[in-house]
Design a protein around this ligand. Structure first.
Ligand code: HEC
Length: 105
């Protein structure tokens, strides 16, 4: 009985521990891990709240190309190469970041 209790507690602890980035799956989690701090440092707001809306934001597919396929267009965004992302992760992240970038403020 006690043993089962201990096993349950350690399982729960493992689930709450810091996540391995390879296992992040939602756009929001990935954004927080890979993107948020630089936007904050560059004074854009952690979720791009202060992004000046004078340029065309990169489309989700352009973000995916930049992250996974060496597409570099400095007029759209500083270099963000993340070849370690899976196609699914890159897609989720691009959709999420694109939504942030087009939210009017
Ligand atoms: C090296 C710093 C840096 C990192 C890391 C970074 N960004 Fe940015 N991001 C910027 C800057 C600077 C801007 C605003 C100027 C611009 O668009 O060039 C920006 C703007 C954006 C915009 C709005 C673009 C626009 O021009 O309207 C999107 C979307 C975006 N970033 C997505 C991402 C995603 C997704 C990641 C994580 C994979 C990421 N960024 C990581 C610096 C960074």
């Amino acid at each position: 009985m006690l043993r089962a209790g201990i096993a349950t507690v350690s399982l729960l602890l493992a689930a709450c521990g810091p996540k391995d980035p390879a296992r992040l799956s939602t756009g929001e989690e990935l954004y927080q891990y890979y993107c948020l701090s630089c936007h904050q440092e560059r004074n854009l707001g952690p979720h791009l709240e202060r992004l000046p809306h004078d340029t065309r934001p990169p489309q989700p597919h352009e973000l995916v190309l930049m992250m996974r396929h060496d597409y570099d267009n400095p007029s759209l965004h500083p270099d963000i190469r993340l070849p370690q992302l899976s196609a699914e992760q890159a897609d989720a992240l691009a959709q999420y970041a694109y939504k942030l970038s087009i939210q009017g403020n």
